[in-house]
Design a protein. Sequence first.
Length: 562
Amino acid sequence: MSKKLGEILVEHGVITECQLLEGLSYQAVHGVMLGEALIATAAVSDEDIITHFLAKQLNLGKLSLKDLEFDPYVVDLVPFNIAQKYTLIPINKTNRMLTVAISDPKDIFMLDAIKFLTGCTIKPILIQAKEIQEAININYKSNNGIDSILKEVKPDSIEVVAGKENEPEDIAGGASDAPIVKLVNHLLSEAVRKGASDIHIESYQSVMRVRYRIDGMLVEMPPLPYKLRLPVTSRIKIMADLDISERRLPQDGRVKIKTGARVVDIRVSTTPTIFGEKVVMRILDSSNLMLDMGRFGIKPQALLHIKEALSAPYGMVLVTGPTGSGKSTTLYSALSSLNRPDVNIMTAEDPVEYNIDGINQINVHPGIGLTFAAALRSFLRQDPDVIMVGEIRDLETAEIAVKAALTGHLVLSTLHTNDSASTLTRLVDMGVDVFLCASAVRLIIAQRLIRLICKNCKTPIDPRSNELIQFLKLSPDELKGIAFYKGKGCQFCNGTGYKGRAGLYEILPMTANIQEMVIDKKPPYLIKNAAIEGGMTSLRMAGIEKLREGVTTVEEILGATS
């Protein structure tokens, strides 16, 4: 380690001295590694760059795991729970030398543990954590499949074991766990490893159906025997502190689990069906929460409009889009940028998804009278600087939010509309005075999430083979500049051809021209056309830009921006 990582990056022109100083300041405040700090401050956009130079700094090798064929014997040298806990995987064994892919080269205790466990000299190779996780998912799949667990589950061996109160439930599992506990833990850990956002467990006439929502799409998993419907749902309800004797009414709860080194919050919802209770679990993994808006892929000029609106002492910033379009992530990112000791931030959510230190968050409960409107009234007596309302659903909430935005508060909220321009007319349709609406709103963000083509099975296609391209309404010259791709489907993407998601953003700042059009009650399409003439990028335009980059498909763009 003759040179520090920062010096190497500056020397190779990856970052500037100023960006290094900014990263070091971020590192000192947040207690993270320099690489994480540089990514968080947008000095470096690609994590692979940091991995490359970190490997150079530590004199470690670096390769791509996708090019390797793993020997099951070598993989079995390190148990699955250890590989998952430390995010590592054995690659090769030569005599007494074991080559291991690792993501954290500074964890000497981990290296000592693997050396003691295997009795081998360890040769570490530095690989990105997400690449190692993908290799773990594939190569440990047969070792940790659900079949071996189901063999242990017999009618007379089914029992439900409660987790420790107020502590994360460790789902890594142990030899002493009851089979039903192992089964539920397996379902949860598999969902976390696959990057699922939701788990659906449904009872039908003769089988239990299990589905994971991955990258916005439901993916079918191996079904469970119907006889396990009661013990599985009971185990989940006990983990979430729900009433296991009540099967006639819907219930909601939360559970915190620990898988490896990660602690994940899970929101549990049950509802009765004719064949038993359906359970849906929303996985809230804070490690996947990207709080730096500079990494969202928003164009620099649009990002400047967002920062300008958030730096204003008062006004309203609205985020719009359908369910599952990433509105919560955008709002949390905005709040994170405003979260300072001298700013009093209060939020009303239904429900609170992520807990952020320094922000006062409230769960609304309409059943007891704690609605969004009631919470807003309470906030105004709590000396707030910034207020976030989960959603504006009615006139009462809208009027209080607008008045708060005009009386010295920065208000953030969401609406369900198709695009940015129709958000303004939606507020007026609710009954908000048109002059108040035009004066209060500073910025509107419309967004969608699209799936990205799997890099491992990405292949070019002939534009003439896809008749949907005509619906993009592009000229022949515009089509010439686009190379079209699709994913064939592989083990890395579960055969879907897609891996990961990205956002499409339409940023509408409230200019004087747009204000006049709102006051004149112009229709949304005229407001949108005027905004585009003023430099706004529409959702469809943002989608076509993603096509030019070759990262998504025509089907995704048409589905998101139709």
